[in-house]
Design a protein around this ligand. Sequence first.
Ligand code: URA
Ligand code: SF4
Length: 250
Amino acid sequence: MSLSREQILHEMGLGPIWRVREPLPVLATDVPSAPVIPSPPVEVRPATQQCQTLPSATVDGLNWPDLSQQVADCRACVLCQQRKQAVLGVGDRQADWLFVGEGPGAEEDVKGEPFVGQAGKLLDNMLAALDLGRDRKVYIANAVKCRPPGNRTPEAAEMTACRPYLERQIALIKPKIIVLLGKAAMYSVLHDDSTLASKRGQRLSYQGIPVVVTYHPSYLLRNLPDKAKAWEDLLLARRLWRESSKTAQT
Ligand code: URA
Ligand code: SF4
C-alpha cells in the first residue's frame, strides 16, 4: 500500500503537529497501531556472568568479509549460546547515516537481518519520512549481534564484549551522522549510562562524528506520544547530517 506524506506522519503519530517542508517519498509498508501500554524504564543491567572481552587488536583493521566471519563465529559472550545466527547489520556499507539499535529479536535471529519485525516497520517509516531507506544512504546495526534470550535487555558486559565489532563497523562505514536508538545503543557507543531523556535533543559526538540519541522504535510503539519527540530528534539528525556533508565537501 502506498501512503501519502500526511499518512506517513499520521502513522508515526506526528500529524498534525510536525510538518516537513520537503517532499516525502511514498511508502510501501504500513505500521498497525499498537496498544498504549505504560512501559518500565529501560535499565542497563549489570553483568551477572563473566564475558570474555575481545581484545580490540583482534578486530581493528578487519575488512568487511573478515569482520562478518568473525562475528558469525564469535563466542565472546553468553549470547552465542541461544542464537540461531549472529546479525551483523544491513544496508549501505558507505552510508551517510548509521542507525544503531539494541539487539536482534526473534524474527531478526531467524532472518539474520536487524529490525525486520514491528519495530522495524516503524523504523522503515521513519527512514522513509527522511527520504532514506535501509539500502539507501543508511546502515543499520545493533549494540549486540546475538539475540538476548526472551528479548531481554543486553547486559552491560555483553555490550562491552560486542562493542569492538560495532566500533569497527563505524570505522569502516565512516558515517556522517549516527542515530542511537535507545539506551543500550547510547551505552554501547557513547559509554554513557545516563537517562535517554537527558541526552536526546542534543548534538553529541563519537570520534568527531555527530551523534543524536532518540527513542527506540519498540518503545515508540508502546508510547505513541513520544513519537513527536523522536521526530524532532530525527530532524536534528538531518540538520547535523547536512552540516557534516557540507564540511566533508569543503
Ligand atoms: N530491536 C533492535 O534493537 N534491533 C533489532 O534488530 C530488532 C529490534
Ligand atoms: Fe560475540 Fe557479540 Fe554475539 Fe556476544 S553478542 S557472542 S560478543 S557477536
